[in-house]
Design a protein around this ligand. Structure first.
Ligand SMILES: Cc1ncc(COP(=O)(O)O)c(C=O)c1O
Length: 407
């Protein structure tokens, strides 16, 4: 009967969340996917609605999730090895597909080695567990993703061993580096590649340059880590992400297969020794079943496509549609944060208006996400649009028309 008492307490907590405006809305449920036809991109049907929706809130930037080659690769792997690994990696849950994906993503990024995880979230946490000790100091951008913040929390370092710098502010990063105490042997500077609420990117070249100036000061140096979950596949001339866009390579790259690559799973790519440390020490790798062989086979296929003319064409389409959408916003005099990434925020700067516009778009068959306080600071209320390669020119025109109608 204890659960009844706990339920009562939790009910109060949930009510408080709602009152503070922090509760998530009921989840919408997708029940059908309608493939692209003619000049119309894919559409989605939701439970409880007859409408066919354009989805502008998906991270599948290259629209690879429904690519026949990925589906076939996943099918073949499943037919051969089944749907689940049966055990964790070190108890014979490692299949050739896991090893193949690790080699493929390391090669794609030009790193000596990589370890795959169930998600980028668990990759960040696993990395933190692997490289932190009491003499490690972590420094992060103030707008880092929740998984990085959580990773810093679970790394068990004293709270004094943490620094937060103002978003993309190199002067403030320098302040954080200068503040590191003499007892510290290792500094880890970690940041998102693309900031997913804004579509802007970390100045990786400047960060790497600044950090290298402090490298000699610490026994184990200053290690730079980018989590480029939103940049990987979708950014840079060949989809190598923010590091390619900025022309500078951090020591460690974390990422996901669950966004531009269209599948699922995360990874840490770095030196061979670091990756072996992750294998030995990352609880979120060791004590949990790995990705299915289907996920791995599909992700390898996604990387192969990215490295082909077809991938470059998808990237080109993504850039063109993103530019078209941004021009459309400009022509309506709407405010955004400039940049070429397919995350295009529309700055509404008002909570009620944000909710109204999300509803208006929904009523006109467009799925987007609205971000209001406390997810974003008051005054920064935003609607996040995410463009993808399968959206057509006509689709973008129709979304801009809907926005024009909204008064
Ligand atoms: C920077 C960053 N890291 C990690 C994640 C989580 O990725 P995954 O779904 O693979 O855990 C996200 C996405 O929401 C992200 O933006």
């Amino acid at each position: 009967m204890t659960i009844a008492k706990l339920d009562k307490r939790l009910e109060k907590e949930l009510a408080a969340l709602k009152k503070e405006g922090r509760a998530k809305a009921e989840e919408r449920v997708i029940q059908n996917y309608l493939p692209p036809t003619g000049n119309r991109g894919p559409r989605y049907k939701l439970v409880g609605s007859d409408k066919e929706f354009i989805r502008l809130n998906s991270n599948s930037y290259l629209s690879l999730s429904n690519h026949p080659r990925l589906i076939q690769a996943a099918d073949e792997a499943t037919h051969k090895f089944g749907v689940g690994p049966g055990a964790v990696r070190f108890i014979d849950g490692t299949f050739i597909h896991h090893k193949a994906l690790e080699q493929r993503i390391a090669g794609f990024l030009g790193k000596p080695a990589a370890k795959i995880f169930n998600s980028a979230y668990t990759a960040n946490c696993g990395l933190a567990l692997s490289i932190s000790d009491k003499k490690t100091h972590w420094i992060g951008d103030q707008l880092n993703h929740n998984s990085i913040i959580r990773a810093m929390r679970i790394s068990n370092i004293p709270s004094a061993n943490k620094g937060i710098f103002k978003h993309n502010d190199m002067k403030d990063l320098k302040r954080c580096l200068d503040a590191v105490g003499p007892e510290i042997e290792r500094v880890v500077v970690i940041f998102d590649g693309i900031f997913s609420m804004r579509g802007d990117h970390a100045p990786i070249d400047k960060i790497v340059e600044l950090c290298s100036a402090y490298d000699e000061k610490f026994a184990d140096g200053v290690i730079t880590v980018v989590d480029d979950s939103h940049g990987m596949g979708a950014y840079g001339d060949t989809g190598r992400g923010t590091q390619e866009h900025c022309g500078a390579v951090p020591d460690i790259v974390v990422g996901t297969f669950g966004k531009a690559f269209g599948v699922n799973g995360g990874f840490v790519a770095a030196s061979k020794i670091l990756v072996e440390s992750v294998r030995q020490k990352a609880d979120t790798y060791i004590y949990t079943n790995p990705l299915s062989v289907a996920d791995c086979a599909a992700a390898v296929e996604a990387l192969d496509i990215c490295d082909s003319n077809e991938g470059l064409e998808l990237l080109k389409q993504l850039k063109e549609r993103t530019a078209q959408f941004r021009q459309g916003l400009d022509s309506l005099g709407l405010e955004s944060i400039p940049g070429p990434h397919p995350v295009v925020p529309l700055m509404v700067r008002d909570t009620n208006r944000t909710h109204e516009l999300v509803r208006f778009l929904y009523d006109h068959g467009v799925l987007v996400v609205g971000l209001t306080f406390p997810v974003v600071p008051k005054g920064d209320e935003t609607i996040r649009f995410q463009v993808n390669s399968a959206i057509t020119r006509a689709d973008i025109d129709s979304v801009i028309e809907v926005l024009e109608k909204f008064k």
